[in-house]
Design a protein around this ligand. Structure first.
Ligand SMILES: O=C(CO)[C@@H](O)[C@H](O)CF
Length: 536
């Protein structure tokens, strides 16, 4: 790779499930460097699949912490070999897969502060972790701990109001509880517990980085309104936990200067600042530059909604996190498991396996589908917990089938009405300035995006979000450098590339869907009461 022209920049890191990725963003907010290390491909000695180890019980899922450390060594050496000028880096921040946890052994902080620049990180940190295999977000082995936590605080809804989510198996507090119960000796030898995000920040700081409010919201431990650890939740999970976690900080905090290790080994400038790392989803919200009233719809295998909320209504579904770029606001995640696989199934059955036939069906059917409504859940849906397909005609009578083109519109209108209804259940409201940002595979289909714009009554934009967590981390580094809470994030990133307008609401759309949405919601509740498992 050729010499890089020296340009002042910020680095954005992403310690995700399958890779460590980095982007450099210059002061004009353009990406000027990117690189990655794939765990399975570049570190095969760890034997991961998709970056993880799925254990024999099929519930426990972990990743080797030293694989993450060695991946950082490799990517820094790749950058150095490519001629990247580290002295131009003004600040750096990053993201980590949410909910995962890292267990630093007693004395590890002394090793972190005295790293030799002559050796790679992984050789020096070998003995710094009480657990070599860290639980990650794909783990679902802590159901018992979830029930215990909910009971300890007064129930699922109480826990959701307190921490932003009911208890979920992957959430860190429940994972820590399991480790304390099953490996108390390791727990007691642990002097610090980090999230993947704050672990990565610690590597750059050369000391323990605090957990930020936004990623800390994914632990079932942080009171998201007060931004303090919940004593009731801490006590229900493990003893002396608060001292192992440290105090949480605003996500835009400068947590320190880069460790001398990087100055001496790679040529970083001594003044390079480290801004608190956060979770991959909060970082993506920053990368997509969502603002109040906006909603991002990731149309992938499962569909994920990112919401910006001023006043959340925590519920028994979805997750509310502290907002990573506006400390007084919130964000929410809603996951819909029946996403692209469901769309592809209906395409195959009703549009002869053809997206162009699929689009023609949407073009040839009217908004509102003549009152026909469909619910399509091939696998148990998360939001809400329903399985099966249900079709209703304009008279609310359930029918066994629809004609092909009606089926296709019923699927897409149903998927988007569900998203709007459940987003509004978490406190989201479409505002006059609302922008919908569509990402993921289906966002390249303009007819699907037209339905999205019609159902929400808001314009739909598209942008490249393949590195949104990294880019968002670099933006957040600029934000921290500019003073964080004293400076609006939107102001810091205003010169960043703009998303492209892809669809605007059809005239008359709001009348159609304002009438249809309550009907859809009532039918969903009817199906839920008849078939779905009651929310825990
Ligand atoms: O569990 C999740 C969010 O709650 C996932 O999106 C992880 O953050 C992926 F790393």
């Amino acid at each position: 790779m050729g010499e890089h022209t020296a340009r002042r920049c910020c680095l954005g890191w992403d310690f995700s499930t399958q890779q460590v990725k980095v982007v450099a963003v210059d002061t004009e907010m353009n990406i000027c460097y990117e690189d990655s290390v794939q765990f399975d491909r570049d570190l095969p000695e760890f034997g991961t699949q998709g970056g993880v180890h799925v254990h024999k019980d099929r519930l426990t899922v972990t990743s080797p912490v030293l694989m993450w450390v060695q991946a950082l060594d490799i990517i820094l050496e790749k950058m150095k070999a490519s001629g990247f000028d580290f002295s131009q880096v003004l600040a750096l921040s990053g993201a980590g897969q949410q909910h995962g946890s890292v267990y630093w052994s007693a004395g590890a902080s002394l090793v972190l502060t005295s790293l030799s620049p002559d050796l790679p990180l992984h050789q020096q940190l070998q003995a710094c972790f009480t657990l070599g295999d860290c639980p990650v977000w794909m783990d679902s082995s802590t159901t018992a701990q979830c029930r215990h936590l909910e009971a300890a605080v007064g129930g699922a809804q109480v826990l959701s109001c307190l921490t932003g989510s009911r208890a979920y198996e992957r959430f860190t507090g429940n994972q820590i509880a399991k480790i304390y119960q099953q490996n108390p000796e390791a727990y007691l030898r642990t002097e610090r517990i980090s999230l993947v995000s704050s672990f990565a920040a610690s590597l750059f700081l050369g000391s323990y980085s605090p957990i930020d409010y936004s990623d800390g919201s994914g632990m079932n431990l942080l009171q998201i309104q007060e931004k303090v650890w919940s004593q009731a939740c801490l006590s229900a999970c493990a003893p002396h936990l608060e001292e192992k976690l440290g105090s949480p900080v605003p996500s835009c905090s400068v947590v320190g200067a880069i460790s001398s290790y990087y100055i001496q080994r790679y040529g970083f400038a001594p003044g390079c600042r480290v801004v608190a790392f956060t979770g991959d989803n909060p970082a993506s919200l920053a990368g997509m530059r969502l603002e109040e009233g906006d909603i991002a719809v990731s149309l992938g295998t499962s569909d994920t909604l990112f919401l910006w909320l001023r006043e959340p209504l925590p519920a028994l579904e979805g997750h509310v996190f502290c907002n990573p770029v506006e400390p007084q606001h919130y964000m929410a995640l809603l996951c819909f498991k029946n996403g692209s696989l469901m769309r592809e199934k209906i395409r195959d059955e009703s549009a002869s396996h053809s997206w162009s036939e699929f689009s023609k069906a949407l073009q040839s059917t009217e908004m509102g589908n003549s009152g026909n409504l469909g619910f399509y859940f091939d696998v148990m849906e998360i939001t809400p917990e329903i399985i099966g397909c249900h079709r209703f005609n304009a008279e609310n009578h359930e029918v066994p089938a629809f004609p092909g083109d009606v089926e296709i519109r019923a699927l897409i209108e149903g998927q988007f009405m569900a998203k709007r209804i459940h987003a509004e259940g978490l406190g989201y409201r479409v505002m006059p300035k609302t922008k919908i940002l569509a990402t993921g595979g289906a966002s390249c289909n303009k007819d699907i995006l037209q339905v999205l714009a019609d159902v929400f009554g808001a314009p739909v934009y598209v942008m490249d979000t393949s590195s949104s967590a990294c880019v968002g981390s670099a933006y957040r580094a600029f934000h921290g450098l500019a003073g964080g809470t004293d400076m609006a994030f939107s102001e810091v990133v205003k010169s960043a590339p703009k998303p492209r307008l892809a669809a605007t609401p059809t005239p008359g759309a709001s009348e159609v869907y304002e009438a249809l949405l309550p009907r859809y919601a009532r039918l969903e509740q009817k199906i839920l009461s008849q078939t779905g498992s009651p929310l825990k």
